[in-house]
Structures are given as structure tokens and as C-alpha cells.
Design a protein around this ligand. Structure first.
Ligand code: NOJ
Ligand code: CA
Length: 551
């Protein structure tokens, strides 16, 4: 059972050699901090050799460590030291694409007759144009021309991230061998990147344009495309299952009736992330069409997701990751952001069924960064979203405001450890301009300050971790989930049960006091001062109060 996973974005976690870039030794230094949150697992975002066009999601060597992050010896030390604290390491497996600097792709470009040409997806163009009008996830055509031959290669993401050709059995075998090699090194498993995209519609049809650029989102022509199961079954049978690896898939595009095949008892993965509630503001898929979040829609999405997962397997519940903006800014109005509302959001998702993920800084209540200009952003996709918003007719000011709110770089700002220069993250200027400002000056305080205050967000996350990891660990991981109906639409409530035990979780998602009825029981956790026992019947919940009660 993986109960609590702490996600580390190594580049922004802790720099130990003063180059402004977080590194593996930084993660080793902070192992006790991570253990204090009761995490039993760390998900490390990619640490492999990479030119870092997409911060490591463009791998140039699957078996080498990026020098800016450290060495293989550092990783081995991290695996060993984490293990002594009962913590397993998940690596981030990027299997849909490599970097264009990977030796396979370089060889494919150098020699059209090379077997490595078949490791990628090359096609002839049409009348001087790409093979079709598919749009890449990072904007522009999904095809880039290989100038030496005139052919085009497919890239679901940036042009520096050519897609691998999963139709090729040699490539599949090579990837399976590489995964086994890592499992032999003692990693506990993997978070698996963009795995829904590995199977393409080999007819590569052009599609009706869906925007003024004449391009179209290929949708199911490359997302969970028919036949993907054969590839996934091989990965599972030849690599994951023999080692009992824990695997959590970034598998967007799954519908509820596909869950058994993906995460059921004999599914390909241990769990899969669901985007239905974390991308709820994206509705149309684009940042520049952001939708306000309606509380009822949010609750329905979270609860529907849980009910579907519980019928099938185990969830991978999360509020934040390195691709999301900070949750207080996403789910709360600016005037609502405070310690109580931030911890309420924590309670809301943390006790759902399955494994709970915490993204670095979330436990400090970190908020979005106060961006001032486009040049401050590093993220390739943020720059694309800005350009697309402007070409869709938004003023530069409005386009900037949109990306400042939704940019992935909000989550990538270096950790605020102490009040020293650069938040104690690094002795020199960090890779992402943070101007030495804490992520959320009004609400978040450094980890050092929060460590010493028993009313801090950090302290509350430790309490949540202790509760989830304690005697109710099995209940939280695999107990039943039942949504509870309350009179007020501001209340999110659910019941978790396993054998003789039952817990009720209630969150007041509003700045007003709310009344409801609760069964009698001990209050195991509460984010505001409250009595340790409720004798049953009516209770008035303070603004943003959240509690867990044992029936
Ligand atoms: C999903 C990752 O989480 C994201 O950061 C990355 O840009 C894309 N996949 C491409 O690998
Ligand atoms: Ca460093």
C-alpha cells in the first residue's frame, strides 16, 4: 500500500551546491522533513539526463542522471536513505517521447536507413505542408520537418520532444528492459507521464480546424486510441508486475468504463490521476477560456470521480502538482485565502479513497507567485498559452493576467525554507526568478517559521499525515466512500468505512458559518479549535472549518 506520496520537483526543492538549481543532495538533506509529513513515498519528477527544454520531460538518456541534479551515486544514496525511513522512491517515466538530443533520435536523423528511424514517427508531408493539421499540446503543428530528408516527425508536446513509435516491438522491448533496470536498482515504482498518448491513429487524418490557426486537437486520434491496451499490457507483464512496482499513470482521457482495464484488479497500473476536478476551470481545454469554479460542480466532480474509482480500484487523489497553479488561487476567491480555507482544502481531498499526493509547498500553503512580466516565466507551455491568448484576440494585459494565474511556473517557484536570501533554497539566484519573495507573503510563511508554530499549515499537514498513516490507514486507503447530503451547498461531506470503523469528513467550503447534523463521535482532527467530542445532532461549523469525526 502506498498511502501518502510527497511529490518533489527537484529543480525547485533544495540547491546544495549554489548553482541556483535544486538537486538530489537537496532531497537527501530534506528527507526528515518529508518523513515528518508521514509520507511513505516520494515521487521525483524527472532527474534523467536532459537538455531541459521541458524541465526533464525531454529525456536524452534514460539511464543517466542530469549533471545539474547530481550523480547516480546520489540517487542510489537517496534510495537507500529514504528506505531506512520506510520511504520508497517513484521515478517519473516518460515513455511517449524522448528529447531530440537522445542518441536514438540523433541516429534516426543522421541515417534514414538506421533502425532508430523506426523508433520515431516519420511521415512524408503533403504538398509542402505537414502530413496533417494536428496541433501539438504545446501549440503549433504537431509535426516538425527533418530538413535533411524533407520528412516530418510527430511530437505531441514540444518539437524537441519527438514521439516514440510504439508500433515497433524493438522499441517496446528496449523500454521494458530499461524499466526493469531501474526496478533492479530498488525504486518502488513510477509515475508514468502522458501514457494515454502512446497509440496513434495510423491513418493520421486531417481534421476540421477548431481554431483560427487551421489546426485541430487530435482528441481520440492520439488519446487513449483503440489498441493502446496491447502496449500497456506488455509494459505491465514484462516490467511492472514481476517486480510488484507501484505505478500511477498520468492517463488523461480515460472514461469511467475504462477504469477496470486500467486500474482494476488486473489493470495495467496501480492507480491513475483523474483531471476532472483539478482541470475543472479549463472546461474547453485552453487556459484562455478559464471558467469560474462552481462549488457544486466541483463537489459533483470529486465525488463522481471517487465513486467511479471505488467501484474499480484505488485512487490517486491530489490538489496540486507541477502542472497546476496553486490550489488556494484556483479554488478560492482572493479574499477567502487564509489558513482555515487552505487547510479545509487539504482535508477535503486528503481523506478520500486511495493514495493521497502532496505537492511540495502545498503543505506550507504556498500560493501563486506575483508575476510582473512574461520574461519571468520559464515554462515552454506558458509562453505558448500567452501567444495563443493574444492571437485569440485578448489584450496583452489580459493574456498576461490569465497565464499569471494558471501558469505551471506558479508551482515551480523554489521552496521557501527560511527567511534567508532566496528563501534558503539557494545561495545564488534561483533558476526561476523568484526575486527572493515568498510565494504568498500574506499567508504562507517559511517552513522554518511554520515548523515552530503549532497552528501553522505545515503543522496541520503533519497532523493530517499522522491520522492517515495511523490506525485508520487501511480505512483511508481502501475503505468505502459514501457522499453525505447536507442542507447547505457549501458543505462537502463524506463517510469512509471499513469493517467496524467509520469516519465522517465534513468541510465548510464558505466564509459563513454553516449548520448541519453529525453523528456522535470523537473529533480526530479539526482545523479550528473545537471540542474533542460531538454528542450527536446539530453542529455549527465556523467559516472554512473542516473536521474528521470517528462515529
Ligand atoms: C506531463 C508532465 O506532467 C508535464 O510537465 C510535461 O510537460 C508533459 N507531460 C510532457 O511530458
Ligand atoms: Ca544545485
Amino acid at each position: 500500500m502506498r498511502n501518502i506520496v510527497y511529490q518533489v520537483y527537484p529543480k525547485s526543492f533544495q540547491d546544495t551546491n549554489g548553482d541556483g538549481i535544486g538537486d538530489l543532495r537537496g532531497v537527501i538533506e530534506k528527507l526528515d522533513y518529508i518523513a515528518s509529513l508521514h509520507a511513505d513515498t516520494i515521487w521525483l519528477c524527472p532527474i534523467f539526463a536532459s537538455p531541459m527544454v521541458d524541465n526533464g520531460y525531454d529525456i536524452s538518456d534514460y539511464k543517466a542522471i542530469a549533471p545539474e541534479f547530481g550523480t547516480m551515486a546520489d540517487l542510489e544514496e537517496l534510495i537507500a536513505k529514504a528506505k531506512t525511513r520506510g520511504i520508497g522512491i517513484l521515478l517519473d517515466l516518460v515513455l511517449n517521447h524522448t528529447s531530440d538530443r537522445h542518441a536514438w533520435f540523433q541516429e534516426a536523423l543522421r541515417d534514414q536507413a538506421s533502425p532508430y528511424r523506426e523508433y520515431y514517427i516519420f511521415r512524408k508531408g503533403q504538398n509542402g505542408a505537414p502530413p496533417n493539421n494536428w496541433r501539438s499540446n504545446f501549440g503549433g503543428s504537431a509535426w516538425e520537418q527533418d530538413t535533411a530528408t524533407g520528412e516530418y516527425y510527430l511530437h505531441t508536446f514540444a518539437k524537441e520532444q519527438p514521439d516514440l513509435n510504439w508500433e515497433n516491438p524493438k522499441l517496446r522491448k528496449e523500454l521494458c528492459d530499461m524499466i526493469c533496470w531501474w526496478l533492479e536498482k530498488g525504486v518502488a515504482g513510477f509515475r508514468i507521464d502522458a501514457i494515454s498518448f502512446i497509440k496513434k491513429d495510423l491513418n493520421f487524418p486531417s481534421l476540421p480546424p477548431d481554431a483560427s490557426d487551421g489546426l485541430a486537437n487530435p482528441g481520440s486520434h492520439w488519446l487513449v486510441h483503440e489498441g493502446i491496451g496491447t502496449f500497456l499490457a506488455q509494459l505491465c507483464d514484462e516490467a511492472f508486475r514481476p517486480y510488484g512496482a507501484y505505478t500511477v499513470a498520468e492517463a488523461n482521457g480515460l472514461c469511467a468504463d475504462q477504469l477496470p482495464e486500467f486500474i482494476g484488479e488486473n489493470g495495467y497500473f496501480s492507480a491513475a490521476f483523474d483531471f476532472s476536478y483539478t482541470d475543472i476551470d479549463l472546461a474547453g481545454g485552453d487556459w484562455h477560456t478559464l471558467h469560474p469554479i462552481n462549488r457544486k460542480t466541483l463537489r459533483d466532480a470529486i465525488f463522481a470521480s471517487q465513486e467511479a474509482v471505488c467501484r474499480t480500484g484505488h485512487g490517486a487523489v491530489y490538489l496540486e502538482n507541477h502542472d497546476q497553479n496553486r490550489s488556494p488561487n484556483k479554488y478560492l476567491q482572493p479574499q477567502e485565502i487564509c489558513r482555515e480555507s487552505i487547510t479545509m482544502l487539504g482535508v477535503l481531498y486528503f481523506f478520500l479513497q486511495g493514495t493521497a499526493f502532496v505537492y511540495q509547498g502545498q503543505e506550507l500553503g504556498a500560493c501563486n507567485f506575483p508575476w510582473q512580466r512574461m520574461e519571468q516565466f520559464n515554462d515552454v507551455s506558458t509562453h505558448d498559452q500567452y501567444a495563443r491568448a493574444v492571437s485569440a484576440g485578448f489584450t496583452p494585459e489580459r493574456a498576461f493576467a490569465i497565464v499569471a494565474h494558471r501558469s505551471r511556473d506558479n508551482a515551480r517557484i523554489p521552496m521557501a525554507w527560511t527567511a534567508e536570501t532566496n528563501g534558503g533554497f539557494s545561495a545564488c539566484a534561483p533558476w526561476l526568478p523568484a526575486d527572493g519573495v515568498l510565494p504568498c507573503p500574506q499567508q504562507a510563511q517559511t517552513a522554518q517559521v511554520q515548523d515552530g508554530e503549532n497552528t501553522s499549515v505545515l503543522h496541520f499537514y503533519r497532523e493530517m499525515g499522522a491520522l492517515r498513516a495511523g490506525r485508520y490507514a487501511n480505512l483511508f486507503y481502501e475503505g468505502t466512500f459514501e457522499p453525505l447530503t447536507c442542507e447547505s451547498s457549501a458543505l462537502f461531506a463524506y463517510r469512509r468505512a471499513l469493517a467496524e470503523d467509520a469516519l465522517v469528513v465534513v468541510c465548510n467550503f464558505s466564509a459563513q458559518a454553516q449548520e448541519t447534523v453529525l453523528p456522535a463521535g470523537d473529533i480526530l482532527l479539526c482545523n479550528v479549535p473545537c471540542t474533542p467530542h460531538h454528542s450527536g445532532g446539530r453542529i455549527v461549523l465556523a467559516p472554512f472549518q473542516a473536521l474528521v469525526l470517528a462515529e
